[in-house]
Design a protein. Sequence first.
Length: 415
Amino acid sequence: MKIAPIAMTCILSLFPATGQKAPVQPAPEWENPKVFSVNAEPMHATFIPYPDAASALKNDKTDSPFYRSLNGPWKFKFIAKPSDAPRDFFKSGYDVGGWKEIPVPSNIEFQGYGIPIYVNQTYEWVKPPAQPDPPHVPHDNNPTGLYRRTFTVPADWRDKEVFVHFGAVKSAFYVWVNGRSVGYSEDSKTPAELDITPYLVAGANTIALEVIRWSDGSYLECQDFFRLSGIERDVYLYAAPKVRVRDFWARAGLTDDYTDGVLSVDVELANKAAGRRAGPCTVEMAIYDRDGKTIASASQAVALDGKEKTNAVFGRTIKHPLTWTAETPNLYPVVVTLKDGAGRVLESVGAKVGFRRVEIRDGILLVNGTRILLKGVNRHEHDPITAHVISEESMRKDIQLMKQFNINAVRTCHY
């Protein structure tokens, strides 16, 4: 009981007679609604760079020389609140030999740390009669995980841009590479990517994360499911050329008579070449049938010198494609290839599209002109053993069960 008066005496002695108030400390990023990321890359479609169109057509990221998984065991320390983090834990020289290991991806609470909490619309840290106080979350009880691991970067990535991808981290996290602050992100079901090129060194590199269970973003994550935390999806590195495909959007529709396909592909290029001197480039687009035969293709010269980004847009009509429906999910691979002025491939990226047309006409939902009756279910991203870490096998099992019961629509539960 004597501590408070002593502390007050100390504060008053700092500002004896001026009436000056103690400076107000700015809110941390995880309690500031105006900040949901720092230095994170703009959102884009999910894809991996490949060295050529043939590799992009196969679309197996594990075979790409520009991909490295960071999944697996990470050094881990569990603390009660962010302020308990050891000073300099993120620096390469800090000794984490006494830390335990945790698998990535995983949920902290399903690895023996903290408590899984199940609630519906209430906030798990608020105990009645107390009321929520957004954007504030507890400072004295906000479980936090500290993660560390080392990695190496292939020598042939030296002249490329290197990014780290976090598929999902709940609820907020900071990232350091080789002891240097890289950035911050929240929004626990949206991927976060950061450019770590300036922070890398030859040989072993150290990456560290501070993962905070509750943030101001938690007020938007109030869902009827288990409230958990941790690195919930894959973590990986990928490398891209200085001039690269930053994003692309392939849209596949149908003509008014549902006979022919209408394909449009919008490609955004980014330029991080020194002095923005990119030189001439060519963007090529091709769409293939199920046997790998080219159905249509196009190319476009682009000028990026002095620019940070530019776009290339393609449009094609595809005669009599096999249409997409839930019963006939026909897909066509689309590959975008970027070449330099000498015709050398810088990278290729790809995706699959289905030709379909969805309309609401006179209050009736139509797919390719046919009336559809929705038979839907609610699905949460949850596994009884691995919690919010979902394997492909688990997803396939869910889909098979839905198909067996004639389900044709899924509500993906807010995220």
